[in-house]
Design a protein around this ligand. Structure first.
Ligand code: PEP
Length: 256
């Protein structure tokens, strides 16, 4: 454990999968990943597969979660899936504010903060994603953007809410593009985020699990995860290939 912090490698399957393909992948993961103290492995799958994850992964040491969540718990919200429903499938995590949700589905900071609250209200650990576009980075706005995205949650939920949350820095220009932030770029933003939380509560900041996401692969995982403020990864494409996801998890394990 880095400085006493819990670490996590979480796969985000996005809108990929089928019952048969998932089963092959999950069985391979279960065979290769054994529980490690202070390090969690998780899979965040599309809603229809949560029952399959619950059936297949129960007792394995790999936990699971959803990729988004409604800000409401019940009601006339056609097409939405609520925290109590997700919870019934044994989920540990819910991703909130993934850049694809922000960009493609118009989820703004206020909606993301409300989803963060919905996850916690229902006993789920939110994985809050923040990150800048390439244009914003080139303009020198990275810290302003991720700071604003973080503040939206801090202002609504309060800093104490970060005791049971995970923060993921995912530069939009690195997601699914094959372009990874350098270890130094990732560390700089992670340090900025941790210091921003520390301004409100040093102890919570020191214990906050901070993930990097954006084209993490077996070949770059060790260098990224070795950075002092990087506590694991949120993994998209490589989470769909058993040997790649296992290799990334082993990279985290090797640094434990
Ligand atoms: C993601 O989906 O959160 C992600 C980081 O994707 P990729 O690893 O494919 O860049």
């Amino acid at each position: 454990m880095k400085a006493g912090r819990a670490r996590l490698v979480a796969g985000n399957w996005k809108m990929h999968g089928s019952l048969a393909a998932n089963q092959r992948l999950l069985v391979a993961l279960k065979g290769s990943l054994k529980p490690v103290s202070g390090l969690d492995y998780a899979i965040c799958a599309p809603f229809p597969y949560l029952a399959q994850l619950s059936d297949t992964l129960a007792g394995s040491g790999i936990v699971w979660g959803a990729q988004t969540i409604s800000e409401h718990d019940v009601g006339a919200y056609t097409g939405e899936v609520s925290g109590p429903m997700i919870r019934e499938f044994g989920c540990r995590y819910a991703i909130v504010g993934h850049s694809e949700r922000r960009q493609l589905y118009g989820e703004g900071d206020a909606a993301v903060a409300a989803k963060f609250m919905a996850a916690q209200r229902n006993g789920l650990t939110p994985i809050l994603c923040v990150g800048e576009t390439l244009e914003q980075r080139e303009r020198g706005d990275t810290e302003a953007v991720v700071g604003r995205q973080l503040d939206a949650v801090l202002n609504l939920a309060g800093v104490a809410a970060l005791r049971s949350a995970v923060l993921a820095y995912e530069p939009v220009w690195a997601i699914g593009t094959g372009k990874t932030a350098s270890a130094a770029q990732a560390q700089a933003v992670h340090q900025f985020l941790r210091e921003r939380v520390a301004k409100q509560d040093g102890e919570i900041a020191a214990g906050l699990t901070l993930l990097y996401g954006g084209s993490v692969k077996p070949g770059n995982a060790v260098e990224l995860f070795a950075q002092p403020d990087v506590d694991g990864g949120l993994i998209g494409g490589a989470a769909l290939v058993a040997e790649d996801f296992v290799a990334i998890c082993k990279a985290a394990e090797s640094l434990a």
